[in-house]
Design a protein around this ligand. Sequence first.
Ligand code: MG
Length: 338
Amino acid sequence: MKLVYRLYELQLRHAFNLASSSREYTPVVLVEIHHDGLIGYGEASLPPYLAETQKSVADFLRRVNLEQFKDPCQLDDILTYVDGIAQGNYAAKASVDIALHDLIGKIKQKSWYNIWGYRKEDAPNTSFTIGIDCPGKIRKKVNEANQFKLLKVKLGGGNDKEMLAAIRDITDVALSVDVNQGWSDRYQALDMVHWLKEQGVIFIEQPMLKEDIESAAWLTERSPLPIIADEAVQTLFDVPALAGVYSGINIKLMKCGGMSNAHKMIQQARALNMTVMIGCMTETSCGTSAAAQLSPAVDWADLDGNLLICNDLFEGVTVKNGKVILPDAPGIGVKKIS
Ligand code: MG
């Protein structure tokens, strides 16, 4: 097995505005694992608010020596080796994990949703993200997103009620809200949650600072809507402590190190009676198609990362009438298009 990688810049269709930042590009690293005439594809997506960079991923990948493994299907052994190379580096580890899963699926001639025993019919609707913006641009973005059954609205930018009003001018579609830790007062947060419920919002993601566990637990206990952890949950090891603090977790391959850990996190969250959302970063269809393999097992999907870019390099998962459509293809189901 031979691993190769290259650096790539994703160009965003719209500048991506969050409570704390704005940007037009997302750097990624694309990975290929070659074996016996087959290629497994993987990706690390590196939004600048996370600790990893193209350089840190490249440094990590140069240390990965897969030539010592004869059989790619030794998945657990290989992932244990990769995990042991260095602490952290979850996006770098995810890129190897995804490429390995893709390769193994191609060897077995099966998709991963099939290997895990999920049915593609059970894939949920995906939300489509509307970033923080002025009312005019919000209306334009919402009109462009008219096929989606769930819109995810980024709040916490100081104009929350104005954003909601602009959306409700045009559509009564279900909404979820992602505050990205943007609210600081728990009483104001609870008032906002009640108001958002009246606006047709169905759940709230990461309302307050990830470190403020006490406020999250206080809000979750009183909230009429599910409160979902995103920034507050990274890996498998974070999940048990979040039971009772949040209603559910948002799993992302780039946070947890890949498909294998994400699959374990779903089972762990279910055992703790928590709801599960699968999300992504801005990614090519490689990263989102990998995450989509798990989508039949979750309550909500937020898999629009490939739809937010204009220079995708893969075809894979698609969205039809707002629903995630899993490809009938082995591995993670992607085809390289350029
Ligand atoms: Mg989020």
